[in-house]
Design a protein around this ligand. Structure first.
Ligand code: NDP
Length: 384
């Protein structure tokens, strides 16, 4: 039986790699839905090749061009952000890969869970914004959330056959990004291009900046808290520049398990799509002799203040991680537009989350309004 997959965000880095995985396993997967924000050209090419039942382009101005190119193939074409979320609910779909970047992934995740679809989750922001709500909703709807993030996939794989109550601690590994070991003074003058040059991974722009600022690891700490039901003090971060140990679990008897492999997102994507099966692959194999020295170091929480802010937001709970995410999205965008310095990002984020009205048990609409409010506040700080 083939698994029927919807890929929300098929034109991005994760989406393209997911289609590559699917292409290599025609007996296992069938593409049902593809979506993009504005990249109509790539969406059309993907649809002509994979023949999904439906495609959605969030940008309504691109509807006509996509419709003209695909309707004659019998592919349903829709447009608008709401339609992206609705497309995840089509009846034939078994699993939805949420590969949209940022806050825009939240409502499609909610809709897919409400429709009872299993989720392959790349969009970590969903769990950062509303982890408690999303995980409760998944339980109520009997939905599995399978992580795509390499670190969380590693923990998930280490947990196979284990009992969560026997976990003492997890270690999320971090490459340290392009600015590992640098001083605050150095970071003040880094350019957009330098920040977009990641030593080990090729990814979308937003996550690449998050990796350079270590906000990515902060978001992953929050993601792990909800995915695995851990308390914040059970989650630690360790810098491992070679990026071949993707993360580790330490059990109550002191034993540790690690998941290893070359840094290639296709592996965790394939694992999540195929779960609970493990499929063969021809991905390049890891060789120990290519990595005679694996090293580990503590993160610098002072220079990479975003990591500290994420731990603080997690400890405060409620709507604060949602505010952290919104402020970060605004700050990253401003940095990418050369409107603020690299080191301004944590300053803006901290100011914004300190201004936000605290809600201890937020509803979905509280998360939506917190996101909007934080974006306005952060934009004001950036303008002044
Ligand atoms: P990209 O920026 O490469 O791709 C994002 C995708 O989302 C594109 O298809 C884009 O469409 C679509 N999109 C963007 N905004 C909207 C919107 N408002 N409505 C609908 N669709 C939208 O991101 P990545 O693939 O790098 O990352 C995707 C997610 O996966 C992120 O949450 C990231 O943190 C996570 N992740 C990524 C990893 C990686 O290696 N890239 C690793 C681990 C996690 P369009 O192309 O038209 O703009």
């Amino acid at each position: 039986m083939k698994k029927h997959i919807a890929i929300l965000g098929s034109t991005g880095s994760i989406g393209v790699q997911a289609l590559n995985v699917i292409e290599n396993h025609p007996d296992h997967f069938e593409v049902e839905v593809l979506t993009a924000n504005w990249n109509s050209e790539l969406l059309i090419r993907q649809a002509v090749k994979h023949r999904p039942k439906a495609v959605v382009i969030a940008d309504k101005e691109k509807y006509q061009v996509v419709s003209d190119a695909l309707s004659y193939l019998g592919i349903t074409v829709m447009a608008g952000e709401e339609q992206v979320a609705e497309a995840a609910c089509l009846s034939d779909i078994d699993m939805v890969l949420i590969a949209i970047v940022g806050y825009a992934g939240l409502l499609p995740s909610v809709k897919a869970i409400q429709a009872g679809k299993d989720i392959a989750l790349a969009n970590k922001e969903t769990l950062v914004i509303a982890g408690e709500l999303i995980t409760c909703m998944a339980q109520e709807n009997n939905v599995s959330i399978i992580p795509v993030d390499s670190e969380h996939s590693a923990i998930f794989q280490c947990m196979a056959g284990e009992d969560m109550s026997r976990v003492e601690k997890i270690y999320l590994t971090a490459s340290g990004g392009p600015f590992r070991g640098k001083s605050l003074e150095f970071l003040r003058n880094v350019t957009r291009r330098e920040a977009l040059t990641h030593p080990n991974w090729s990814m979308g722009e937003k996550i690449t900046i998050d990796s350079a600022s270590m906000m990515n690891k902060g978001l992953e700490v929050i993601e792990a808290r909800w995915l695995f039901g851990l308390s914040p003090d059970q989650i630690d971060v360790i810098v491992h520049p070679q990026s071949v140990i993707h993360s580790m679990v330490q059990f109550v008897d002191g034993s540790m398990k690690a998941q290893m492999g070359l840094p290639d997102m296709k592996l965790p994507i394939q694992y999540a799509l195929a779960w609970p099966e493990r499929l063969k692959s021809s991905f390049r194999r890891f060789s120990f002799t290519d990595y005679p020295n694996l090293s580990f170091e503590k993160p610098d929480y002072e220079v990479f203040r975003n990591l500290t802010l994420a731990f603080e937001a997690l400890a405060r709970g409620g709507n604060i991680p949602c505010a952290l995410n919104a402020a970060n999205e605004v700050a990253v965008k401003a940095f990418l537009q050369n409107r603020i310095r690299f080191t301004d990002m944590p300053v803006m984020i901290e100011k914004a989350i300190n201004r936000i009205h605290f809600i201890s048990e937020p509803s979905l609409s509280d998360y939506i309004s917190t996101d909007q409010e934080t974006r306005i506040i952060t934009s004001e700080f950036i303008q002044t």
